[in-house]
Design a protein around this ligand. Structure first.
Ligand SMILES: NC(=O)c1ccc[n+]([C@@H]2O[C@H](COP(=O)([O-])OP(=O)(O)OC[C@H]3O[C@@H](n4cnc5c(N)ncnc54)[C@H](OP(=O)(O)O)[C@@H]3O)[C@@H](O)[C@H]2O)c1
Length: 290
């Protein structure tokens, strides 16, 4: 059985629906089984035969993390460590989700899994420490780093942009941070592919993998793509001007990586997958947007 932790979050909900459709036995939990308490995890697994654990639970409020260091540490470092410890105790494989924020964003070519981490904020630091704990505690672990995630089931850039474009005549969007958007539907499919291939007896080396949609754009480019497609689909019926601006125009406590494109060669070769371009996935997502 698969245990999906954080099943009410944006990615967790997407995975829950996918696992439900695939027919594989799984059970999902969220805050009711607190990952910061090892005893709660042990109690939950006590009477169950769990072969896989997928951890989608996290502290994801990047800005708030600067003021809530302890909470971020508990959820992003201690929680994953507890999950990895417990997974090892019961002999389960673990898939843990991490982030491009483990890098400092000063690169100028896509980051590989071998590149040195150097987080520049509390969220990235606590996620990086969580990755290390997972890999130290349970050698049957996969860590999948992703970035700029959006989907149906939570607050995210696409929802915010659509709301603002409906409300305002013009909006300014930062044009000096480069990355790759990721539709949670594509990431959920890829996570499931790990499990599916191993069940089919394919050997997939444990360790870190990078996954985002293809393409390198700025948030401004992303906003323009959302606008154009939302107009095409009739989701947005009024005009809105999208203007480029700089990160410095939005003063914030937290520094965000200027460049966070991830190299996906490893995951594509290992799983034998192709990854859709960001605008193709955005179109698939918006075509079903209600
Ligand atoms: N969102 C992005 O843009 C992005 C980018 C890169 C990487 N990631 C990574 O992708 C993964 C999934 O992100 P997401 O955006 O889907 O996250 P999310 O929507 O914030 O979901 C996280 C879930 O964990 C739950 N949770 C909180 N405290 C918990 C606890 N003590 N025990 C168990 N569950 C608890 C949350 O509940 P509450 O909501 O009630 O607190 C929420 O349902 C995370 O590892 C994140 O770091 C996300």
């Amino acid at each position: 059985m698969i245990w999906l932790i954080g099943n009410k979050g944006m990615l967790g909900t997407e995975l829950s629906l996918l696992l439900g459709k695939s027919g594989v036995p799984f059970i999902g939990t969220d805050k009711e089984v607190d990952i910061t308490k090892l005893s709660a995890l042990r109690d939950f697994t006590h009477t169950k035969h769990i072969e896989w654990i997928i951890n989608c639970a996290a502290y994801t409020a990047v800005d708030k993390a600067e003021d809530e260091r302890e909470n971020s540490h508990l959820l992003n470092t201690v929680g994953p460590q507890n999950i990895a410890t417990m997974a090892k105790e019961i002999g389960a494989r673990l898939i843990h989700i991490s982030t491009d924020y483990v890098f400092n964003g000063q690169g100028n070519r896509p980051y590989t899994e071998e590149d040195a981490t150097d987080p520049i904020g509390v969220y990235g630091l606590t996620k990086r420490d969580g990755e290390n704990k997972v890999l130290e505690e349970n050698d049957k672990s996969y860590v999948i780093r992703t970035a700029w995630l959006y989907g149906n089931y939570g607050n995210n850039f696409v929802h915010t942009m659509l709301r603002l474009m409906k409300e305002r005549e013009s909006i300014s969007v930062v044009n000096d941070q480069h990355g790759s958007p990721t539709w949670s539907g594509d990431l959920a499919e890829t996570i499931y592919t790990f499990i599916h291939l191993i069940r089919e007896n394919k050997t997939i080396p444990y360790g870190i993998y990078h996954f985002t949609n293809e393409g390198k754009i700025t948030w401004f480019d992303f906003a323009k793509g959302i606008y154009t497609q939302a107009r095409d689909f009739g989701i947005l019926t009024k005009e809105c001007e999208i203007k480029p601006c700089c990160s410095d125009d939005f003063p914030s406590k937290v520094k965000r990586p200027a460049y966070s494109v991830l190299d996906k060669s490893k995951i594509k070769t290992t799983l034998g997958i192709t990854i859709p371009a960001w605008d193709v996935s955005l179109r698939r997502y918006l075509s079903k947007y209600a």
